[in-house]
Write a protein that binds this ligand. Structure first.
Ligand code: ADP
Ligand code: MG
Length: 404
């Protein structure tokens, strides 16, 4: 808990604690008459107050778990001592029943359960002891109605448990909601930034594409060269659409319509593009695609999906290893699997995939898989990761096959 870092909370804390200390001291003053002078009991009482006062005043400077635990234990020592020193005051029993609530002050689940269990045990022991070994005139209120008192004491512990448990889970939910809100704010900011960058990129791309279109029509170039220009234009189209697709992070782009896509064709194009990237670091790619795998998806988004997944597989792979890409028909599904023999991931890491900004790479963005998960979800497909740390990863995506 770092709540006492705020000036306001600190002030409230000190005012409350000074009130408590004043109450404890007034109890101590009264006890000299009740205990008939300065007895051993009086000294113990005095000692408990001194230690507790020091702990409470020091706490804002030492907000650690061991210190919180010591305060709680001191609180236990203080109130249980009171219950033994002043058997006539039944109100001490109320305070004992409320002891676990001290942990609410620290908003610490572990401390709460610990003090609830400790209090349960201590209360049973003192209750039993007072009932069996003390005379009726000492703990008269217990003797008058044993069962009723016992039920009330236990009931108070259950009520405390309920209050704390429900409040804590509600607060957790709120915290989670707040975190998500912050994350979506960050996402929005990134979307705006990338939109600005995309806009800047689009202008030069349009110019280059314009020239390439001219060259493609220019008869002075040979046909194979003109075909390459056409290919370049195609890729520039992808650049343009991919950059503008970043806008979908902020607002969905309705222009990206689904179309009939031949997986083999797109996959061969993408792997052709990425094989030179793989060769740079001496990694290999193996592609096996069945014919007749047609799905309904937007080509640009499909390319983006494949590029992200294959690039991740290549980046995780060691030099000399191979990334396998296979595609086959499985009943009504078209199933694509990308397998690498790279670094692999733990179960925890796999669970975090698709979370915005989750990246274990030094220069990673952690946006690639988030976009992939969005695309898969948009076209009602599925994506599944199987990974073992140090052995490799396989990711399977499935989309409904388009038959007619
Ligand atoms: P980036 O590639 O920018 O880090 P991604 O969203 O593409 O972001 O991936 C997120 C993280 O998931 C990566 O940083 C990596 O740690 C992990 N990851 C994704 N694919 C693989 C894979 N095939 N093998 C091992 N780790 C992977
Ligand atoms: Mg990536």
């Amino acid at each position: 808990m770092k709540e006492l870092h705020s000036q306001m909370n600190r002030k409230t804390y000190y005012i409350s604690m000074l009130t408590i200390i004043a109450l404890m001291l007034s109890g101590l003053v009264l006890s000299t008459t009740e205990l008939n002078g300065v007895t051993v009991g009086y000294v113990v009482h005095c000692l408990c107050i001194t230690v507790l006062t020091v702990c409470l005043l020091l706490y804002p400077k030492v907000e650690t778990f061991p210190f919180r635990l010591s305060i709680i234990l001191m609180g236990f020592a203080y109130f249980y001592t009171l219950s033994f020193l002043y058997p006539q005051s039944w109100t001490t029993y109320i305070l004992i029943c409320l002891l676990p609530a001290l942990a609410i002050l620290f908003y610490d689940l572990k401390l709460f359960y610990l003090s609830l269990i400790l209090n349960g045990i201590l209360i049973l022991i003192t209750f039993g002891y007072n009932l069996l070994y003390n005379q009726e005139n000492e703990y008269a209120y217990i003797h008058t109605d044993v069962v009723g008192n016992f039920i009330n004491i236990m009931g108070s512990q259950v009520i405390l448990f309920l209050i704390f448990h429900l409040t804590f889970s509600r607060m957790r939910k709120q915290e989670l909601y707040f975190e998500q809100l912050q994350q979506s704010e960050r996402l929005k900011m990134i979307a705006h930034l990338t939109a600005a960058v995309a806009h800047e990129i689009r202008n030069p791309v349009t110019v280059v594409r314009g020239f390439l279109q001219l060259y493609r029509e220019d008869a002075s170039f040979e046909q194979p060269v003109r075909n390459k220009f056409a290919l370049m234009i195609d890729e520039l189209n992808t650049v343009e659409q991919v950059t503008s697709q970043f806008l979908t992070l902020a607002k969905p782009n309705r222009e990206l319509r689904p179309e009939k896509v031949d997986v083999k064709e797109v996959l061969e194009g993408v792997t052709g593009l990425l094989s030179s990237y793989a060769m740079l670091s001496n990694k290999h790619m193996e592609v096996q695609v069945e014919e007749d795998c047609i799905i309904l998806i937007n080509t640009i988004e499909f390319k983006q999906l494949l590029i992200n997944l294959i690039k991740n597989a290549l980046e995780a792979s060691d030099a000399g290893t191979t990334v396998q890409v296979t595609t086959k028909r499985e009943k009504q599904w078209v199933e694509m699997r990308i397998t690498d023999q790279g670094s692999g991931m733990t179960e925890e890491e796999v669970k975090s995939l698709g979370t915005p900004f989750y990246s274990l790479k030094t220069n990673g963005t952690g946006l690639g898989l988030m976009i992939c998960y969005n695309i898969v979800e948009k076209y009602e497909g599925t994506i599944e990761y199987h990974s073992a740390k140090g052995q490799g990863t396989s990711v399977t995506i499935r989309f409904l096959a388009k038959t007619d």
